[in-house]
Write a protein that binds this ligand. Structure first.
Ligand code: FAD
Length: 361
């Protein structure tokens, strides 16, 4: 992989599935490129997900371009560990030029190129793909009393397994899949209270990743054909009824309280004066895109947004964003969607590089 001080056609920031999918298509164009990733090992954030996590879909529904994810012995829905191993093997299979660990700290405009500065040096690139995911930017709501609470607070991003909460009183906050799944397993060993901002919206029991994938595909097809693209996955609910969540419902523990107003020294308190003492609060309150390295480009804007056309930044057309969610391409934040959006982005970049080269002749 090109080292610090090199000039490349494309620098990809982030070596998770989105960055690797971009690498797969870049490799086929013959472009000079480098993928910069801040981790010691391959696999992107999959190696940080909690121990019991399973994919929503079987391996065959979660391929990156070119090479399907192998089935995992004895598991219909692969573990996060299996996905990390798949990404590791994928990177090797296509000999993708990844340099790690390199943390990119800033992307700047310089004469005729973008300069990508990291803790291991600087690369000059004609185009940049940002594919840094969301895992490194956990969101915790600002609530009074957070500093006063003497118990433990942690975010989904640092949760690994339930055992460390054995015998404790735990408040789980959030109305999404991570909250429901973490609640399910922590409630087996601890006394739990589940708190959500809105009443939780459960999907029908028979909807798993396969059904979600089919719905998203139909919707995209309809949208491309000029239709309204209705039948969104979100209309079905927020929480997928995986086996552990169904099981916790049967135990009667899947009941949410409204959001509390503040934390106290020893627990949480609602505005009506009621309170719940607890030993730990688990914030399953989501993530935002990791975009700090784009600040020298004046991105994101004051509202925290990057305007895009497809995956391309409107303000800086040499920059593409991959994998952050639907605003960077439909289903781009899924294994199956990563390839589709990477393909379009690389085609646009290749066309621009060619135009640039023709212009220079
Ligand atoms: P990441 O995997 O986060 O990769 C980004 C990489 O960039 C990381 O290695 C990161 O450390 C690195 N990086 C960040 N900042 C910098 C920087 N400044 N410089 C250099 N490197 C940097 N999708 C599915 O399709 N099916 C599922 O079942 C599914 N389950 C999920 C369950 C959970 C709990 C979560 C959180 C997500 C799930 N997803 C699922 C969604 C998505 O597929 C994953 O989040 C996936 O890891 C996103 O890949 P990515 O490449 O965009 O980001």
């Amino acid at each position: 992989a090109p080292g610090p001080g090199s000039a490349v056609d494309v620098a990809v920031i982030g070596g998770g599935q989105a960055g690797l999918a971009a690498g797969y298509f870049l490799r086929r164009t013959g472009a000079d490129f480098v993928i910069l990733d801040d981790r010691e090992r391959p696999g992107g954030s999959w190696s940080d997900y909690w121990d019991s996590l399973r994919l929503f879909s079987p391996a065959a529904h979660s391929p990156l371009p070119g090479w399907w994810m192998p089935d995992q012995d004895g598991e219909e829905f692969p573990t996060a560990d299996h996905v990390a191993r798949y990404l590791t093997a994928y990177e090797q299979r296509y000999a993708l030029p990844v340099r790690r660990p390199v943390r990119v700290t800033g992307v700047r405009r310089t004469a005729g190129a973008l300069e990508v500065a990291g803790d291991a040096g600087t690369w000059r690139a004609r185009s940049v793909i940002s594919a840094t995911g969301t895992w490194r930017a956990p969101v915790v709501p600002h609530l009074p009393g957070r500093a006063e609470f003497t118990g433990r607070q942690l975010h989904t991003a640092s949760y690994r397994r339930p055992e460390e909460f054995a015998g404790q009183r735990v408040v789980v906050v959030g109305g999404g899949n991570s909250a429901a799944q973490i609640l399910a397993e922590v409630s087996e060993v601890a006394e739990t209270t589940w708190v959500t901002r809105r009443p939780p919206r459960f999907m029908p029991d028979d909807v798993d990743g396969r059904a979600l994938f089919d719905i998203a595909t139909r919707r995209e097809r309809d949208r491309r054909a000029g239709g309204p693209g209705t039948g969104a996955v979100a209309a079905l609910g927020d929480i997928v009824m995986v086996p552990s969540v169904r099981e916790v419902r049967e135990r009667g523990v899947l009941k949410a309280e409204p959001m509390f107003a503040r934390l106290t020294r020893d627990g949480v308190a609602w505005s009506d004066g009621s309170a719940q003492p607890c030993d730990a609060v688990v914030w399953c309150t989501g993530f935002r895109p990791v975009l700090d390295h784009l600040a020298p480009l004046g991105l994101p804007d004051a509202d925290g947004r990057v305007a895009t056309e497809g995956t391309r930044s409107v303000a800086e057309p040499r920059l593409h964003l991959l994998g952050y969610g639907d605003w960077t391409g439909g289903a781009s934040a899924t294994l199956i969607g990563a390839g589709r959006t990477a393909k379009t982005a690389v085609a646009e970049i290749t066309a621009s590089l060619r135009e640039g080269a023709d212009g220079a002749d």
